[in-house]
Write a protein that binds this ligand. Sequence first.
Ligand code: CP
Length: 323
Amino acid sequence: MKQFISARDVSDINAFVKKALEYKANPFKDKSLGTNKRIGLLFLNPSMRTRLSTQIAAQNLGMEPIVFNVGSEGWALEFEDEAIMSGNKVEHVKDAAPIMGKYFDILCIRTFPSLQNREDDYSELYIKQFIKYSDIPVVSLESSTLHPLQSFTDIITITEVLQNRKPQTTNHKPKIVLTWAPHVKALPQCVSNSFSQWVNAWGEAEFVITHPEDYELDEQFTKGATITHNQEEALKDADFVYVKNWSTYNDYGKIYCNDPEWMLTNEKLKLTNNAKVMHCLPVRRNVELSDEILDGSNSIITQQASNRVWAAQTILSEILKTK
Ligand code: CP
């Protein structure tokens, strides 16, 4: 594996899930794989889970992780080729990335979208420029449009729950519902795009997306899912409910709806097949998700976040084995 920026970089998702669960059972089994290797974690934006879990994953493989908060501590980077750098950008990625390529064996990058210009954000310029100029494997810690380590974790967690369930009498596929939820800020579409891409690529679930009108996501990620504006209809018999806010895609980066009726409650959960509730975190309590759901027995958010380590460890190990 030379890069990890989307589901397209994984040929067999179930095989990767199996490896991740093996790491969960035996975290140090490949402790010598990363001996004398160094991994750089570059953050242009804040993070808690991604930065900690990726560092732990690297250390489990014997690698030395170095975190660099480029956004707050580094020189302001220019990403456009042929830019005339007379503004506030101090260093071009074309100059910075090759140096990082010499310092590190693997480079991990987190960027966010501007939510100002859809074409720019969806071009994924930042991560593509690091891939182009660093000349070492690049791992996305969340990009402008996708969050692949989160989505891989989500499939690991769903598989783990299904494996621990009593055998089903019927052979039906689990029903997974991605539901939009209210939020006070305009948030990226990354997690929802990425979750949709991974569930579709995995192909082992009935997949339903529900959101208010005019909140359609990019079809390149959602194609294959059933999409409805009727949340209650969507929730019927669901086995997993993934809750997430996103801002509008078509009229880009806007908040059209803040209807609290879209927040998941225990009453709505009664429509489901005792569904497990998922969220990538961080979450705004009692705005995006209610206390009663987050603190209730159906929530698997802590299990989900803890699995971030095994997702990262699997991807890093695949890269190390390829190098
Ligand atoms: N889910 C997630 O990426 O969390 P952080 O933003 O804390 O890394």
